[in-house]
Design a protein around this ligand. Structure first.
Ligand SMILES: C[S@@+](CC[C@H](N)C(=O)[O-])C[C@H]1O[C@@H](n2cnc3c(N)ncnc32)[C@H](O)[C@@H]1O
Length: 268
C-alpha cells in the first residue's frame, strides 16, 4: 500500500482529477495499431483515468495499483459505467514480472503509465515489460498537464505561494512531468530495447471552478498531510483568499505521451 493515495485523497482523485480527452486514446490506438484482440496493461492505474476509456477499444485491460482505495474507486467507476472487461490487480511496478508469468510472452499490446512513473523503478519496469508486448506494441508514459501550482498564470503562482506558505516548504516536485524527466525516461526506453521512441502530445484549454481546483489540490496532497475533514474548510478558505477573484480558472492542459515500440526483430 502507498500511504499517499489512501482514504480521502483517493476520493478527491476519483472526483476531481482530470481524465484524458478522446484524442489521447485515438493517438495511442493509432500508434500501436490497437484492435479488439488486444490487451492493455495500466500500471499505477489509480481510479481508472486511462484503464476505463481503453476498455471499449480493446479485448481486455488490466489495471494495477498498490493502493486499495484507488482500486476500490476504480472498480466503482467501472460498475457505474457498465465496463466489464477490466481486471483490477493490487500490485506495484515490481509485481509486473509475476503478472507477466501469468499472462505470457507477447500477450499484451500496450503498457501505459499515467502520472505515476516517478513512483517506480522505471528502468526495471521497462525491461520487465518488453517480453510481454507484441510486435508493434509498446509502452506509453503519459503526463496529464502541469501540476496546478506550477503553471504560468497568476492564479497558479498565487496557489503555489499559498501552498508553500501553508506547508512551510518550497513546492518544486514536477511529478515526472518536467522535460528533464522525459529525457531520462526516453533514454531508459531505448536502453530497454524499445524502438521509435518519441513524444506525442494533445493540448487543450480547460476551465476549473474553485471546487474543482481545491479538489485537484487535495488529490495531490499526501494522505498523511491532508487536513482532517474539520480543518479542510480552513485550508479551502486560505486558498480562496490567496487566489485572484473570478472563476473559472483556466489552464492549458498539455497531455504528453512518450512512446516506445517493439520491433519485429526484438522478438528473435
Ligand atoms: C497520480 S496517480 C495516477 C493515476 C492515473 N494513472 C492517472 O493517470 O491519473 C499515481 C498512482 O500511482 C500509484 N503508485 C504509487 N506507487 C506505485 C508503484 N510503485 N507501482 C505502481 N503504482 C504506484 C498510486 O497508488 C496512484 O494510484
Amino acid at each position: 500500500m502507498t500511504v499517499g493515495f489512501s482514504g480521502a485523497v483517493a476520493e478527491y482523485y476519483a472526483e476531481f482529477r482530470r481524465g484524458y480527452p478522446p484524442q489521447v486514446f485515438d493517438a495511442l490506438a493509432d500508434a500501436f495499431g490497437l484492435s479488439q484482440a488486444d490487451v492493455v496493461l495500466d500500471v499505477g492505474c489509480g481510479t481508472g483515468q486511462l484503464a476505463l476509456p481503453f476498455a471499449s477499444r480493446v479485448r481486455a485491460v488490466i489495471g494495477m495499483d498498490p493502493e486499495p482505495d484507488m482500486l476500490r474507486l476504480a472498480r466503482y467507476a467501472a460498475e457505474a459505467q457498465g465496463v466489464r472487461n477490466v481486471t483490477w490487480v493490487l500490485g506495484a511496478d515490481t509485481d509486473l514480472p509475476a503478472l507477466g508469468g501469468l499472462l505470457g510472452e507477447r500477450s499484451s499490446a500496450l503498457m501505459v503509465v499515467g502520472q505515476a512513473l516517478h513512483w517506480m523503478r522505471h528502468d526495471e519496469l521497462f525491461r520487465a515489460a518488453a517480453p510481454l508486448l507484441r510486435t508493434g506494441g509498446g509502452i506509453a508514459v503519459i503526463s496529464n498537464g502541469t501540476p496546478l501550482w506550477l503553471q504560468d498564470s497568476p492564479w497558479s503562482r498565487a496557489l503555489r505561494g499559498c501552498l508553500e506558505d501553508w506547508m512551510g516548504t518550497p513546492l518544486t516536485m514536477t511529478c515526472g512531468t518536467s522535460s528533464r524527466d522525459r529525457l531520462r525516461y526516453a533514454e531508459a526506453l531505448r536502453s530497454a530495447g524499445f524502438d521509435g521512441v518519441r513524444e506525442m502530445a494533445v493540448e487543450y484549454r480547460g476551465e476549473l471552478s474553485f471546487d474543482e481546483l481545491f479538489g485537484g489540490v487535495c488529490s495531490a496532497i499526501s494522505a498523511d498531510r491532508l487536513p482532517g475533514p474539520d480543518e479542510r474548510g480552513a485550508l479551502a478558505e486560505r486558498i480562496r483568499q490567496a487566489l485572484p477573484t473570478g472563476e473559472p480558472f483556466t489552464e492549458t492542459v498539455r497531455v504528453t505521451m512518450l512512446v516506445g515500440q517493439i520491433q519485429a526483430d526484438a522478438e528473435a
